[in-house]
Design a protein around this ligand. Structure first.
Ligand SMILES: Cc1ncc(COP(=O)(O)O)c(C=O)c1O
Length: 402
């Protein structure tokens, strides 16, 4: 048996699977906007590990930061006890970029954990238990985050795992009237400022303002899940600043770790401090804010700032849109910065595109709640030339659709 066949067999036998049809592309190495198979076949990575690799694969600044920190120290003590320079420096750099009063960040390991921490913090701060989410939201796969997957569409994923958290309810994103359901009983509203897995749904004009006002009026905390939209993806460092809204809590992960596993929830010092008492140690993590991950995240952030990466995101996203929108197979393009859903209007067409993409060396994907559109969310450092070249391949695949 060939080496590659042995690896495929071992992958299926020993690496736990939740998909009956994993992509199974063997990865040898990755650089910039490409990854390569052992045979050297390049793939344009138009998913970026689901909005993770914003500064590109193998970014030298990030790799060097990881190496240096790994040499200095890795895990020392559970979260929050020691003064670890990478954590402190990263938290300080973020605080300078976030709107006031978001000054205090609690580091965790992943997006779902950031959401769990944020929900607990909202309950602890308000003393209330009702939690409201948006339909077609995705916040993670742990019990709490899954409880906030918007019904009824989320039912397919969460039905089998009930009972989940009590006191949760889902409203329609972008529905102004539904905001009346947020009341004095509500601890928090959890919302992606641009819905990602719903198939890229930006907010309607004035919606996030109205949501903010309603939460403030009834004393509910507004939590923005910026796990996918944060770190430059929508054309500003955070969607919150793009739309001029300051949430009470912001969740970060994915690109936040510069390619390493890192998450965080950010709040004001006043809100965050409630986790210190009644009970003490209101949230505990062993590995949260791992020094190597914080060093990587900080290096990625500095790289973005030093190279004006975010300033070009909107223009690059608009270029993709302009180069694809007139193709007769494209029904519509929904977009925020470099997060695009190219709507084909049919899941058959979308799945055929996935086959063609795999042949032609394009890595794309569909969305949890939308299998009629394919995703374009490349590393933010993609060049104009690479955008044009990848569009040439995409259009060639679109031409082959019947
Ligand atoms: C908006 C959003 N929130 C939370 C998560 C969960 O993050 P993680 O997979 O790191 O737990 C995701 C992951 O896709 C996401 O897109």
């Amino acid at each position: 048996m060939k080496n590659s066949d042995i690896l495929r067999k071992q992958f299926l036998q020993h690496v736990g699977q939740t998909s009956p049809s994993p992509m199974m592309i063997p990865v040898e190495r990755a650089e910039g906007v490409f990854f390569y198979t052992p045979e050297g076949k390049p793939y344009y990575d138009l998913v970026a590990g689901v909005s993770v690799n914003n500064v590109g694969h193998g970014n030298r600044a990030v790799v060097e930061a990881v190496k240096q920190q790994a040499e200095r120290y890795m895990h020392v003590m559970v979260y929050g006890e020691m003064i670890e320079r990478p954590q402190v420096e990263y938290a300080t750099a973020l605080a300078a970029l976030l709107p006031d009063p978001l000054r205090s960040i609690y580091f965790v390991n992943s997006g779902a954990e950031a959401v769990e921490g944020a929900l607990k913090l909202a309950k602890r701060y308000t003393g209330r238990s009702e939690m409201i989410s948006m339909r077609r939201a995705y916040h993670g796969s742990t019990h709490g985050a899954m409880s906030m997957m918007g019904a009824p569409e989320g039912e397919e994923w969460k039905g089998a795992f009930r009972p989940l958290l009590p006191g949760t309810k889902a409203i329609e994103f972008n529905d102004f009237e539904a905001l009346a359901q947020i009341t004095e009983h509500t601890a928090c509203v959890l919302c992606e400022p641009v819905q990602g897995e719903a198939g890229v749904r930006p907010p309607k004009e004035g919606y996030l303002q109205a949501l903010r006002e309603r939460c403030t009026k009834v004393g509910a905390l507004l939590i923005f899940d910026e796990i996918q939209t944060g770190m430059g993806r929508t054309g500003e460092m955070f969607a919150a600043t793009k739309y001029g809204i300051t949430p009470d809590i912001m969740c970060l992960a994915k690109a936040f770790g510069g390619g390493m596993p890192l998450g965080g929830f950010v709040a004001s010092n006043e809100v965050m401090s409630t986790l210190q008492h009644n009970p003490v140690l209101g949230h505990i993590t062993t590995f949260g804010g791992h020094p190597v991950c914080c060093a990587a995240g900080l290096a990625a952030l500095r790289y973005m700032l030093d190279n004006d990466v975010v300033a070009n995101v909107e223009r690059k996203g608009a270029l993709y849109e302009a180069l694809l929108a007139d193709h007769p197979q494209v029904v519509e393009i929904r977009r925020s910065g470099l997060l695009l859903a190219v709507e084909l209007g049919s899941s058959e067409k979308m799945f055929r595109m996935m086959e063609l993409f795999a042949e032609q060396g394009i890595m794309s994907d569909w969305f949890l709640y939308c299998d009629t559109a394919f995703r374009i969310s490349p590393p933010l450092i993609i060049s104009d030339e690479q955008i044009r070249d990848s569009v040439r391949i995409i259009r060639g695949c679109l031409d082959m659709l019947v």
